[in-house]
Design a protein around this ligand. Structure first.
Ligand code: ADP
Ligand code: MG
Length: 622
């Protein structure tokens, strides 16, 4: 090969920082969820007691994390975006005693390289804070800024300058699922910290401070109260604390397997095996144990020198930990078998006591009840003799309302405003003062109604799905819901797989008021459907229900009751396109605001949009 030494220029050069950061970002931030993880961990490291996550469009347009932690000085704020800038280790030995989540000083630099970032921060006790805008590693502005103590970081338009990455992102549903996963991995082992999580103005999680069990119930639903078996053991090398889920509730799909090592989520096939083997013979075939286990070890005994986003760890005493974990779980399961109710009830009443919300304000919904009114049966007003179906319907409405009017159901309703400040809407007051008689239906799809400070638009189908969904979940807890008997029982013939599925669901469906019996090959007879079902074609109803159920199973891997509740709510709800009477609209509004989570449908679609009078006024200004 011809090579002429002196005439060739030197070709190696140092990459500019911004490029180096972008390359590093590729490792640290693969998708919105990775940025969420890093920022949540920083908020934890800052010693926060309240962390709020706000996400828009599954993190593609906005990820904002607000904490009330230690905050940063002006210089530190600026420094925090430099690569290898960390306050968490000073010398190499520190690496072996690390207890914080971060220590590499790469996250903020990486995120700032591939997004538009706004940082606002103020140290506790400081007079004034600082605001820094940085975009693609370039500082756009820095100014003294009056903000609350703590830190707020907004990450906008992630990957705006890396189109390849941006195009590579999955659908919002998938990306949001990853974010929820990361959020749970941080929120579960930190019940001493309150968290909230909003997506597109809908509150997805609101987790008050509590103990681990309360946190699990807040994340996975109160039904977990009687599913969890405590595990607690310690030796010189490891402290184990947490819960396993009773074998009866084991899942066919790999559901909830959480190990936390020194409060950090880890994956370990080896330790998973230890748990699974402790459950042996108790689990039905091909089911997985669910567990939430916190392991605490001396940081010196684990290899922390791993990639920051990796969740695998190497233990020094792997075999000993395996054996110990296995026996700790066996012991708990054994105790549980002997005395099924050991201490599970102890925390239950604690949970039922309302946990004081951060802002200290409780709301007690008031509901205007007219138990004689059956909104979905226009004949009620005219016929003088109520039919059996009407009577049972009425009983249901009454039951439902009495549930809400006994003041136990205290909760707060909140609204996330566009401008990232949380304001608490006093719905009670808003609705009382408004003239609910005048609701309007738009395009047979939306309900428009005034409230004192403006107006709201409700999506009738999503809202009704939410209402039914909560009612169904409550029905599960309350044993048998009433059914309306079919005058002429219908038969439904299914494919073999659907038939098997239906058989599997039969007992749960029964609890919800579906009375169906096997009737020869692949066929069922439908004797009754839930009393408040609007759909009159029970065969179509069940077919739809099965379809929804299967879809949820594939896409979301939901557990059975949750899936049934969603599927039934979906298939029995009032649909878009249905004309509603004034009373029906008012009832939907009332019931919606009596829901625990009125702001979104069970699938996370928004149910309500509010418009303030100011917004209206603004639009009519010259
Ligand atoms: P690391 O967490 O590995 O130290 P990061 O890039 O995530 O690196 O953060 C850099 C530094 O910025 C942190 O060490 C910390 O001092 C500071 N910092 C980041 N986020 C926060 C926060 N929410 N509150 C206070 N300080 C923070
Ligand atoms: Mg960090």
């Amino acid at each position: 090969m011809y090579f002429k030494e002196n005439s060739m220029p030197d070709i190696i050069q140092l990459l500019p920082d911004s490029v180096a950061n972008q390359i590093a970002a590729g490792e640290v931030v693969q998708r919105p969820a990775s940025a969420v993880k890093e920022l949540l961990e920083n908020a934890l490291d800052a010693g926060s007691s309240f962390i709020k996550l706000v996400v828009k469009d599954a993190g593609k347009t906005l990820i904002q994390i607000i904490d009330n932690g230690c905050g940063m000085s002006e210089t530190d704020a600026r420094m925090s975006f430099e690569r290898h800038a960390t306050s968490k280790i000073k010398k190499a030995e520190d690496l072996f005693a690390i207890r914080t989540m971060g220590f590499r000083g790469e996250a903020l630099a990486s995120i700032a390289a591939i997004a538009q970032v706004e940082l606002r921060t103020k140290r506790i006790g400081d007079e004034i804070g600082v605001k820094i805008d940085i975009e693609g590693s370039e500082i756009k502005s820095q100014e003294a800024f009056n903000c609350p103590e703590g830190t707020s970081i907004s990450v906008k338009n992630l990957f705006f300058n890396v189109p390849a990455r941006r195009n590579f992102l999955k659908s919002d549903t998938v990306e949001l699922r990853h974010i929820i996963e990361e959020f749970q991995r941080v929120a579960i082992p930190n019940p001493q910290i309150a968290f909230s999580f909003h997506h597109n103005n809908t509150e997805i999680f609101n987790l008050p401070i509590g103990n681990l069990k309360q946190r699990l119930m807040a994340v996975f639903g109160s039904s977990y109260n009687n599913r969890l078996i405590p595990v607690e053991e310690s030796t010189g090398i490891v402290i184990i604390k947490g819960y396993v889920v009773k074998p009866d509730f084991a899942k066919k799909t790999r559901g909830e397997q959480f190990f936390f090592l020194n409060k950090r989520f880890i994956k370990s096939a080896y330790l998973h095996h230890a748990v699974q083997s402790a459950f042996e013979q108790l689990l039905p075939a091909d089911s997985y144990a669910s567990y939430f286990l916190m392991l605490d070890v001396n940081p010196k005994s684990i290899d922390i020198n791993i990639h920051p986003t990796k969740t695998e760890v190497k233990f020094e005493d792997e075999k000993a930990i395996y054996a110990f974990l296995r026996s700790a779980i066996k012991k708990s399961l054994g105790q549980f078998n002997i005395a099924p109710s050991i201490d599970f009830n102890q925390e239950a009443h604690l949970y039922n006591m309302p946990v004081k919300p951060i802002d200290g304000v409780y709301k007690i919904p008031t509901i205007k009840v007219d138990p004689d009114y059956n909104p979905f049966n226009s004949s009620t007003a005219t016929s003088n003799q109520p039919t059996e179906r009407e009577l049972s319907n009425r009983a249901n409405w009454e039951k439902m309302y009495s549930r809400h009017s006994n003041n136990q159901l205290e909760f707060e309703i909140k609204k996330e405003e566009e401008n990232k400040e949380t304001v608490f809407t006093d719905w009670d007051n808003e609705l009382k003062e408004s003239n609910l008689k005048s609701s309007y239906q738009l395009h047979n799809k939306y309900i428009l109604s005034h409230i004192k400070t403006g107006f709201i638009i409700i999506d009738q189908q999503s809202a009704h799905e939410r209402i039914l969904y909560e009612r169904i979940l409550d029905n599960f807890e309350r044993n048998k819901a009433s059914s309306q008997q079919e005058l002429f029982p219908k038969t439904i013939e299914l494919s073999t797989t659907d038939f098997t599925l239906m058989k599997e669901l039969q007992s749960e469906l029964y609890l919800l008021g579906f009375e169906i019996n096997e009737f020869g090959k692949n066929t069922f007879v439908i004797h009754g459907v839930p009393a408040d079902t609007l759909e009159t074609d029970s065969v179509a109803l069940l077919e739809q229900l099965l379809e929804n159920y299967k879809l949820n199973l594939q896409e979301l891997k939901l557990e059975r009751r949750e899936n049934l509740a969603r599927s039934i709510a979906r298939s029995t709800s009032i649909k878009s396109g249905k004309v509603l009477t004034q009373e029906e609209m008012n009832l939907i509004i009332d019931e919606l605001f009596a829901c625990r989570m009125p702001y979104s449908s069970p699938n996370g679609k928004p149910t309500i949009t509010t418009f303030s009078s100011e917004e209206l006024d603004k639009r009519f200004k010259k």
